[in-house]
Design a protein around this ligand. Structure first.
Ligand code: KIV
Length: 293
């Protein structure tokens, strides 16, 4: 078992900040964001050079076996955020506010979002448009940087009637555009667009001065986010249309584990190189030992 905590990359790189993200967007350089839920995935994401690590409430479906994100609590999110923060990523660390952590009033929202910052996050994300403006304003007033999240918002799965592309009709598309402008006006430093047509995402990106981050929102956003487990193919079964898998992680890791199991069953593991040896004096004592009669 490895006990190394330090990043493998020895060249020091400046930590990613919110002004740094703004600068990337201003230079037309795409912002790269992925998820992490523990120290292992955080180190992996950070070593790959992503700009933003989101401890997403998708931890509920991806790691905790829930059908959707609604059962995810602040206690669960804090547990995972703390694990990621301990890896001290260079990427900007963002905590995803779970269902009911900001719907019950601005005081709860400030306490929960502020708790993320006290645990090492530099920003939070929350879902929704016009209805969330008082909360966004209060968080920004409390010096808590906020990323908005519009379009297919998984915490509204029941209200949406399932995970469906949003903003396909004119009034819905215009509402998303209005919401994005209102979130920017309320102080969001960025707006995430999920599951919306590419042309709508382009219009929103052109209308905003803050960067947009897309997932299932086409190529015109200022940056892109995908769930790490989807990129690495760690979730078996078909992926949504907007996912591109860069590895059959599930198959590759399963085969490696199966090979280890075969070695154990064939008594080919552990070998001398994975075993500890006794000094000669102790070995002689053991050889001389006889069971008591
Ligand atoms: O929870 C999550 O992973 C998200 C995605 C948009 C990346 O919110």
């Amino acid at each position: 078992m490895s006990h190394q905590n330090a990043p493998q990359d020895s060249a020091p790189r400046a930590p990613v900040t919110i002004p740094g993200l703004r600068a990337l967007a201003a230079e037309g350089r795409p912002i790269v964001m992925t998820t992490a839920y523990d120290a292992v995935t955080a180190r992996l994401a950070d070593a790959s050079g992503v700009d933003v690590i989101l401890v997403g409430d998708s931890v509920g479906n991806v790691c905790l076996g829930f059908d959707n994100t609604l059962p995810v609590t602040m206690a669960m999110m804090n547990h995972h955020l703390e694990a990621v923060a301990r890896s001290r990523p260079r990427a900007l660390l963002m905590g995803d506010l779970p269902f009911l952590s900001y719907h019950t009033g601005v005081d709860d929202a400030i306490r929960n979002a502020g708790g993320f910052l006290q645990r090492g996050a530099a920003a939070v994300k929350l879902e929704g448009g016009a209805r969330r403006l008082p909360v966004v304003r209060a968080l920004v007033e409390a010096e808590i940087p906020v990323m908005g999240h519009l379009g297919l918002t998984p915490q509204s799965v029941h209200a949406m009637g399932g995970y469906k592309v949003q903003g396909r009709e004119a009034d819905a598309a215009l509402r998303i555009l209005d919401d994005a402008l209102a979130l920017q006006e309320a102080g969001c430093f960025s707006v995430l667009l999920e599951g919306v047509p590419a042309d709508l995402a382009r219009k929103v990106t052109e209308a905003l001065s803050v960067p947009t981050i897309g997932i299932g929102a086409g190529p015109h956003c200022s940056g892109q986010v995908l769930v790490l487990h989807d990129i690495l193919g760690l979730v078996p079964g078909p992926s949504p249309k907007f996912v591109r898998r860069y590895l059959d992680g599930f198959g590759t890791l399963r085969d490696a584990l199966a090979r280890w199991g075969e070695d154990v069953r064939a008594r080919a593991f552990p070998g001398p190189e994975e075993s500890y040896t006794l000094p000669e004096s102790a070995r002689s004592a053991l050889d001389a030992w006889r069971p008591p009669t």
